[in-house]
Design a protein around this ligand. Structure first.
Ligand SMILES: [Cu+2]
Length: 492
């Protein structure tokens, strides 16, 4: 999106209200149609105005909160001023309501609307986001919370946190720089003197002062690449730690965090600081709870973390640290007279790869039923930073980029082997899968919809083919996806 001048910001602000991340007191009433408008809005990032997208209800609610068992009745209107389409990440709708432009529906042209109507059986912390060009990078994403009606009886304060990586750069320039700059062999690359975004020389590691889309500071010398893109800020509910959201809580309050990693290309580590909590759900599905104060959260994944606050006045930051970096974002939970200290937006120490954390060994609380596997797909994740061409290759496939074929009613297992030097958060639309093997060892892993396949590792995902259609299966790093790491699971 374009950078706005201060003057334009003031004009735009007059017309646009701030969105609200606070959950409404009650979920949308059963059966009513909810209007969601794809629009633009202006936020302030590090004291500069930024025009970004939003997914707003008429009352300013960002995204949607509903109850499991209700129908998802939404009228989606496009007022973004450009073609757009929204995917309901974590829901399992009929294929033609999945919101993937060019695959399940044409993108909405400006001024057009679509109606969606299907039953949502399962509760979960989900989200909605553009599945059209690079709009997700410009914050076309919002929470989609499906509450379990049984949880209404819990005395628990819900705190929804949507994370983003933010850049003032145009996303299409980032993508073109990544593909252009990396389109040479390692040794043959020369820095493009005229355009700092056009390319860079891997042999010259001193990038200080240059605004590089490919963040060389994140390169690990061991050949492991944790971050591709330089960002200007990391946002929690649209704000940085210079001016974080302060969530008012009571002493001794029970809290449920619903954390959504809506970043385009950034994995985070959740850091509860002195608090410790119980991770109860990943991608909206329950696991055998894991206690801790640091939990990894890959791109597009969600985490529900529950804890009880101390019985005293105070303020507790909930922080998110960028993988391979010191950068932090977060919100502050504070009692009425809790003193809120200034929080630095950089940690003392960088963290390493989050794919080395134990997330692959979570255990499903509601596993898939036991049954024999009908179809095994052996799939390589391919590509490199050098060429910036990424791919998904099934070993048995005749043609490169062939779709993955399944038959309705089958239990399918996809064994993903990562042949690249980056981890990849792989997302299957329309289904939940279970992690059933890690590096060849069988596990009773989490049921979820996005799994981080580690560098040099393999992960096997099982799912039941109950939902016919053409379903996207892709890396949720936006730049990897648009550089080839996407295919479809198609029903024969
Ligand atoms: Cu990827």
């Amino acid at each position: 999106m374009r950078r706005l001048s201060r003057r334009r910001f003031l004009v735009a602000s007059a017309a646009l209200g701030a969105v609200s991340f606070a959950p409404p007191a009650r979920a949308a009433s059963h059966g009513a149609t909810t209007k969601i408008t794809i629009g633009t809005r202006t936020i302030e990032v590090k004291k500069k105005a930024a025009k970004v997208f939003g997914l707003m209800q008429p009352d300013g609610t960002h995204g949607l909160i509903m109850n499991a068992g209700e129908r998802f009745r939404v009228r989606l209107k496009n007022d973004a001023g450009e073609a757009a389409l929204i995917h309901w990440h974590g829901l399992t709708p009929p294929n033609d309501q999945d919101g993937v432009s060019g695959v399940t529906q044409p993108a909405l042209e400006p001024g057009q609307s679509y109606e969606y109507d299907f039953t949502v059986a399962l509760p979960g912390t989900n989200w909605m986001h553009s599945h059209h060009v690079l709009q997700e990078q410009s914050l076309m994403a919002a929470p989609l919370i499906v509450r379990d009606p049984k949880d209404a009886a819990r005395d628990e304060q819900e705190v929804v946190i949507l994370l983003h990586d933010f850049t003032f750069e145009m996303p299409d320039r980032i993508l073109s720089a990544l593909s252009k700059g990396m389109s040479h062999d390692h040794g043959a690359m020369a820095p493009a003197a005229q355009d700092p975004h056009a390319g860079h020389d891997m042999s010259n590691m001193d990038m200080s002062g240059m605004d590089m889309p490919h963040d060389m500071s994140q390169m690990n010398m061991a050949g492991m690449d944790l971050n591709d893109v330089s960002y200007d800020a990391f946002l929690a509910n649209d704000r940085t730690l210079d001016d974080p959201e302060v969530v008012r809580v009571d002493k001794g309050q029970r809290v449920r965090l619903r954390v959504i990693n809506a970043a385009s290309a950034t994995n985070f580590m959740i850091d509860l600081g002195p608090l410790s909590g119980s991770l109860t759900d990943v991608d909206g599905r329950p696991i055998v709870p894991v206690m801790g104060n640091r939990f990894p959260l890959a791109i597009a994944q969600r985490a529900d973390v529950r804890f009880t606050l101390p019985v005293e006045e105070g303020a507790w930051p909930v922080l998110f640290q960028r993988e391979g970096d010191t950068a932090l974002t977060g919100v502050v939970l504070a009692t009425k007279s809790g003193t809120i200290a200034k929080i630095a937006d950089q940690a003392h120490q960088a963290i390493g790869a989050i794919d080395r954390a134990a997330s692959m060994l979570y255990e499903a609380a509601e596993p898939l039923p036991e049954r024999r596997t009908d179809r095994e797909l052996k799939i390589d994740l391919t590509g490199s930073m050098m060429t910036y061409r990424w791919g998904i290759a099934e070993k048995a496939a005749i043609a490169h980029h062939a779709h993955l074929m399944v038959q309705e009613g089958e239990r399918v297992e996809m064994m993903l082997t990562n042949r690249t030097e980056m981890s990849h958060p792989m997302h299957l639309h329309g289904h939940h899968f279970q992690v059933v093997a890690v590096n060849g060892s069988r596990v009773k892993g989490a049921v979820r919809d996005t799994e981080l396949v580690p560098i040099g590792g393999s992960v096997t995902l099982a799912f039941d083919a109950f939902n016919p259609g053409k379903w996207m299966f892709h890396c949720h790093n936006l730049y990897h996806m648009l550089s080839g790491m996407m295919t479809q699971v198609r029903y024969l």
